[in-house]
Design a protein around this ligand. Sequence first.
Ligand SMILES: CC(C)(COP(=O)(O)OP(=O)(O)OC[C@H]1O[C@@H](n2cnc3c(N)ncnc32)[C@H](O)[C@@H]1OP(=O)(O)O)[C@@H](O)C(=O)NCCC(=O)NCCS
Length: 175
Amino acid sequence: MRIPTTLGSAVLRLWNAKDKRELVIQGNDRAVWRNLLSGFPHPYTEDDAASWVDFASNCYPSIHLCIEVNGAVADGIGIIAGTGTEQKTGQLGYWLGRAYWGQGVATAAAQAMVAHADRSLPVVRLQAPVLAWNPASMRVLEKAGFYRESVLRKSVFKDGELIDSVMYVRVRDDT
Ligand SMILES: CC(C)(COP(=O)(O)OP(=O)(O)OC[C@H]1O[C@@H](n2cnc3c(N)ncnc32)[C@H](O)[C@@H]1OP(=O)(O)O)[C@@H](O)C(=O)NCCC(=O)NCCS
């Protein structure tokens, strides 16, 4: 699988074992960890990278892809599929190594992933919870067609602080 993006240099592709080294280098960054929910470890070790590549390669009906920029691992984006009564809901998440911030990569990746979901996944509602201190990610979601649905007050305890998260949503039938 190889999904192009509007940024010519960036594509979404399946993870493979060769990506582990870059995952550790980029993932072992407090500034990345601080903006992600639990499940993303810190420090980020080689074992974490190996487990991730194994998991991401066998996670159907969820989907997790590597964001590649100019042939290099820039990092990842995925949609966690809901189950049971939430089977039509998917949760979008993404992160980039710090060297790739501020170049439109996350926006292009999110737009491409949303288009892929529309084409190929059974989800109708895509949602993305964003920590209140992360306006860059809110902007990425707005540019990918999401709107601010609700504020989940004091829902996240992260980095020693109890903070709000903001739920961003895109409902396919609305578009
Ligand atoms: C958040 C993150 C994904 C953004 O990636 P990126 O490739 O730098 O994002 P883009 O360049 O596509 O777009 C960022 C947008 O946010 C805006 N932005 C950046 N900092 C901002 C701030 N402090 N306040 C408001 N907007 C901000 C940029 O101006 C840009 O919008 P514009 O194109 O309209 O000018 C990246 O910083 C990251 O991986 N952070 C750590 C992990 C994370 O936060 N993941 C998301 C969890 S919900």
